[in-house]
Design a protein. Structure first.
Length: 129
């Protein structure tokens, strides 16, 4: 009896593991590669530092389902990313788009240092007189 219960446990584990691995059935190898590529490029909003490919959170599963369905609808990678960023924000992308705000973030520290150096120069000139 003990052997039978262990055997049943082993078989059920194997069946459920195989079922979990084959959640998505793709029509082509290209669709499968796009799916896993996009799932690696998009971070999970709930899990810090993890892509949705490596996450088992409910939101990551929903995002993977959205990506899968949009790939089946023959949407491009950019369209899928745009849809997801509209819904969840730019923070989910590991490589966020470059826009005017990002230029401000890149150059603001340099501008701040230059302005500070200029005001320091003015103060030092005023003290010399």
């Amino acid at each position: 009896m003990k052997f039978f219960s262990y055997f049943l446990l082993f078989v059920s584990y194997f069946v459920f593991t195989q079922e979990a691995l084959n959640l998505y059935s793709f029509s082509s190898e290209d669709h499968e590669q796009r799916f896993y590529s996009l799932a690696e490029e998009i971070s999970c909003p709930l899990c810090e530092g993890s892509s949705i490919n490596g996450s088992t959170s409910p939101i990551a599963k929903d995002m993977k389902n959205i990506i899968f369905n949009m790939i089946l609808e023959n949407k491009s990678d950019d369209q899928i990313k745009f849809f997801l960023t509209e819904k969840f924000g730019d923070d989910i992308l590991y490589m966020p788009p470059v826009n005017n705000f990002s230029y401000l973030l890149f150059f603001f520290p340099i501008i701040l240092i230059l302005l500070s150096a200029y005001f320091l120069y003015l103060v030092l000139q005023k003290n010399d007189k």
